[in-house]
Design a protein around this ligand. Structure first.
Ligand SMILES: [Zn+2]
Length: 182
């Protein structure tokens, strides 16, 4: 795979408009939507889906790879709706999305009756367990000054086997990489 698992993608580290990760896998999620993710990201998330079932956590992959062009559309649509200032806080700039890198995913979580879980506990199990499966919580409120992205509890970043160490350090990925902590 042509991706460094610790690659930083943000406003200062943009991906080119023609970057597409190799070997994307096509997944049909619980809602029947098609989502594209690299095989190792899917294998890890799928393992978490299976474990979640034992704890009545019904996880779904709502978003995976997103092209530069799609990100550009989302950004422009948002600027039209809520203006540029608010958009910059909420929607990744084209080239600045981990979804284009292929290692960022968005998830949802349902309870056994098929309803979306309540806000406060929706991602609790996922956040307590995702590192074992190679995922970190990329955008926390306390990281916002560095990541430039608001709290996004539904967004996970695949980093592989160093995930537990990164989570235990409690620092944004930018800091982990800059200080070479893993
Ligand atoms: Zn996301």
């Amino acid at each position: 795979m042509n991706i460094n698992l610790l690659q930083i993608v943000n406003r200062m580290n943009l991906l080119s408009d023609d970057f597409v990760p190799e070997g994307l896998k096509t997944i049909c999620n619980r809602e029947g939507d098609i989502v594209y993710v690299p095989p190792m990201v899917w294998d890890s998330f799928n393992a978490m889906i299976h474990e979640g079932v034992f704890y009545s956590q019904y996880l779904d992959l709502t978003s995976g790879y997103r092209s530069y062009q799609r990100q550009q559309e989302l950004f422009s649509e948002s600027v039209r709706e809520i203006g540029e200032e608010e958009t910059l806080k909420r929607v990744a700039f084209p080239g600045a999305s981990e979804h284009q890198l292929g290692l960022g995913i968005d998830i949802s979580n349902f309870s056994s009756d098929g309803k979306m879980r309540d806000d406060e506990d929706r991602f609790k199990w996922v956040h307590e367990n995702c590192a074992r499966f190679g995922f970190i919580i990329r955008y926390k409120k306390e990281y916002q000054a560095i990541t430039g992205v608001m709290d996004e509890p539904w967004h996970l970043r695949y980093v592989g086997e160093v995930a537990p160490k990164i989570e235990s350090l409690g620092l944004p990925l930018e800091e982990i990489v800059r200080r070479q902590l893993v």
